[in-house]
Design a protein around this ligand. Structure first.
Ligand code: AMP
Length: 186
């Protein structure tokens, strides 16, 4: 049985940083759909060609493409011990796709990262100075925050109903936030 942990939260909340550390400490796969898509863009694959302008504008890549990419990734050997999903699901259709996976997968927890919008904008602009990401810009950030509110935030309620959510205040020291997340598993 593969345990899936979902990291849910707005852009700039620190999901990637915390996911890579938690994955390393617990021998879990860290699956960032954003990183995977950026990989497709830099390798200029068919998917990358479709995704490039959407990523730059801060819009979502179509569900069918992301779902197919994610499911293929989950079947890789390194996921056998469990996986952290960082940036997936982002829509209700994506969340439902996880439920159609076979009985070998189960969602054990949904960590919800909470932070104020002003803090997020500040962090992403700061990250943009060194990240080289085409979407860490003022225009794109505002689209990404709107998309989060509209399409992704409703998933919190969806997973609340299954009693899967743990809400984390994502503002503060990286180590303190990491401890909060780790503690939610004990
Ligand atoms: P992230 O690195 O998670 O901030 O994602 C960067 C960008 O990749 C997003 O703004 C979307 O354009 C795209 N993306 C990442 N994950 C998804 C997803 N689950 N569904 C649709 N688009 C995604």
């Amino acid at each position: 049985m593969t345990n899936i942990i979902i990291f849910l939260g707005p852009p700039g909340a620190g999901k990637g940083t915390q996911a890579s550390r938690l994955a390393e400490d617990n021998n879990l796969a860290h699956i960032s759909t954003g990183d995977m898509l950026r990989g497709h863009v830099s390798n200029n694959t068919e998917l990358g060609k479709t995704a490039k302008s959407l990523l730059d504008e801060g819009k979502l890549v179509p569900d069918s493409l992301v779902i197919e990419m994610l499911i293929e990734r989950l079947n890789a050997d390194d996921c056998k011990n469990g996986a952290i999903l960082d940036g997936f699901p982002r829509t209700l259709a994506q969340a439902k796709s996880l439920e159609t996976l076979n009985e070998n997968f189960s969602i054990s927890k949904v960590i919800v990262f909470e932070a104020e919008q002003n803090e997020l904008i500040k962090r992403i602009l700061h990250r943009g100075e060194t990240s080289g990401r085409g979407d860490d810009t003022k225009e794109s950030i505002s689209v990404r925050l709107d998309v989060y509110k509209e399409d992704t935030e409703p998933l919190i309620e969806y997973y609340d109903k299954g009693n899967l959510t743990v809400k984390i205040n994502a503002v503060g020291e990286i180590d303190d936030i990491y401890n909060l997340i780790s503690r939610s598993f004990s």
